[in-house]
Design a protein around this ligand. Structure first.
Ligand code: CA
Length: 451
């Protein structure tokens, strides 16, 4: 068998070398079977390519080399800017564009807010003009200042809505009803339950961020050297609130020029201050200390800690702002509205001695202080407002200190500017004063016996 194979291979080689161009050969294969072979020279190739060197293999080799280069790029094996730095550059650029877009969005948001405010002002102005009949000049015989009390009472005087701002202010003075002193207070004299609250009337719009919230007031029982028309204002945005601005009257407040600026010796906390009988009553910052600042001597005349009162965010009204301790004035005198741990957040009311700030008597209600927007006293009754931000909300609870009974009520109340940070009653003007998102507003109130 091996002999036959050697013979067969030898035959092949001998025939190829012997003939050069073409040959025919006959012989047995490895298995001994007879086999015929025919060979011919390649017309183009001088020799056969080596095994594995076909064009397909060469093409595969070059493709493999390309792949290797790509892998090297991806692995960052090359010097110079590869894909990673290019990606980083694109990412940085995208971030920068995002920041610019965010700035633009903020700017447009502010613009929208400004326009909304402007629209609200115009709507308010339109409402005011609609509700006002043609202006009638006052009769020549009418004295410019008449301190006689109006027989119709302040809230019933239609002229409050029927003239220019200056005329309204004049009529407000005419309508003033002297409030009884605490000593001779009489619940039935001109007093009653709150029946309704009128539309808010804007006296002034503040023009800086520090005027977003604050407190403004008139003294219902003014004392020399300041008259009953004097308006006081404290912007309470900030940590060290010590300035109090005084305006001769409402008209001057509208014009914006204070005639008096006082610097309080100790900083004010929040929007709970009140003005009564020639003194400013306020809570000293970060404390439960009540202060009486005498306007005539421009000094602190009394100070006293309010026992157990929460302060600096422990029991604020729902809008926050450290409104834990809130002074109030009504026909019966000076009050303070707050809460204690013992009352577990329910509103506590104390009647104060306005001279030395001693607590004369206290009442604990079942109204949770943090759930209501603000509170005020009228004729010995506490009233709370449900929301500081809803356009149409209600006076939702009352508590009568004469009977110790609270009840739910639903007297419509409007937060026209959607951020009401202070509401207080002025028994001299028979109005509510409020500070609603840069706007110093007042509301007429109607008192009487519920049907
Ligand atoms: Ca209040």
């Amino acid at each position: 068998m091996w002999v036959l194979a050697v013979v067969w291979f030898s035959g092949v080689l001998i025939r190829a070398e012997a003939q050069g161009t073409a040959s025919f050969w006959r012989g047995n294969d490895r298995s001994g079977r007879c086999q015929y072979s025919f060979t011919v020279d390649s017309p183009t190739e001088a020799s056969c390519p080596l095994p594995g060197s076909s064009p397909e293999v060469e093409a595969l080799k070059s493709r493999l080399a390309l792949l290797e280069v790509l892998v090297a790029h991806l692995a960052g094996g090359e010097t110079g800017p590869g894909p990673a730095p290019r990606l980083q550059e694109a990412y940085t650029q995208a971030l920068s564009e995002k920041t610019q877009l965010q700035r633009e969005k903020d700017r447009l948001g502010q613009r929208v807010e400004e326009l909304q405010r402007r629209v609200e002002e115009l709507q308010q102005e339109a409402e005011r003009l609609r509700s006002r009949p043609c202006a009638q000049p006052p009769p020549p015989s009418t004295p410019l200042y008449d301190n006689r009390p109006s027989p119709a009472g302040g809230s019933g005087d239609p002229s409050w809505h029927s003239g220019s701002p200056g005329y309204q202010e004049l009529k407000a003075e005419v309508a003033k009803i002297p409030a009884p002193s605490p000593e001779d207070a009489d619940d039935t004299k001109g007093c009653g339950e709150l029946l309704s609250v009128g539309e808010p009337f804007t006296h002034r719009k503040t023009d800086t961020i520090s005027g977003k919230y604050g407190v403004w007031m008139q003294d219902p029982e003014a004392v020399s050297p300041y008259g009953p028309g004097m308006v006081w204002r404290i912007d309470t945005v900030g940590n060290e609130v010590r300035q109090i601005f005084g305006y001769e009257d409402l008209q001057q407040l509208s014009r914006g020029f204070p005639t008096k600026v006082l610097l309080l010796p100790e900083a004010v906390e929040s929007t709970g201050a009140a003005m009564f009988r020639g003194s400013l009553y306020y809570q000293r910052r970060r404390s439960r200390t009540l202060l009486r600042y005498d306007l005539a001597s421009e000094s602190v005349a009394a100070r006293r800690d309010l026992p157990h009162a929460g302060f600096h965010g422990q029991f604020p009204y729902s809008w926050g702002g450290y409104t834990d301790i809130d002074f109030a004035v009504d026909e019966q005198g000076l009050w303070v509205i707050y809460s204690t741990n013992k009352a577990r957040g329910a509103i506590v009311i104390s009647l104060l001695d306005h001279h030395n700030l001693e607590v004369k008597r206290s009442w604990e209600t079942n109204i949770r202080k943090t759930t209501v927007a603000n509170a005020f006293m009228i004729c010995g009754r506490l009233y709370t407002v449900a929301s500081y931000s809803s356009l149409n909300t209600t006076v939702n609870y009352s508590f009568d200190t004469a009977t110790g009974v609270s009840k739910a009520v639903a007297i419509p109340f409007k937060n026209r500017h959607r951020y009401n940070s202070m509401i207080d009653y002025n028994p001299g003007q028979r109005k509510l004063f409020a500070w609603d998102n840069h706007h110093l507003v007042s509301y007429d109130v109607r008192l009487g016996k519920p049907q």
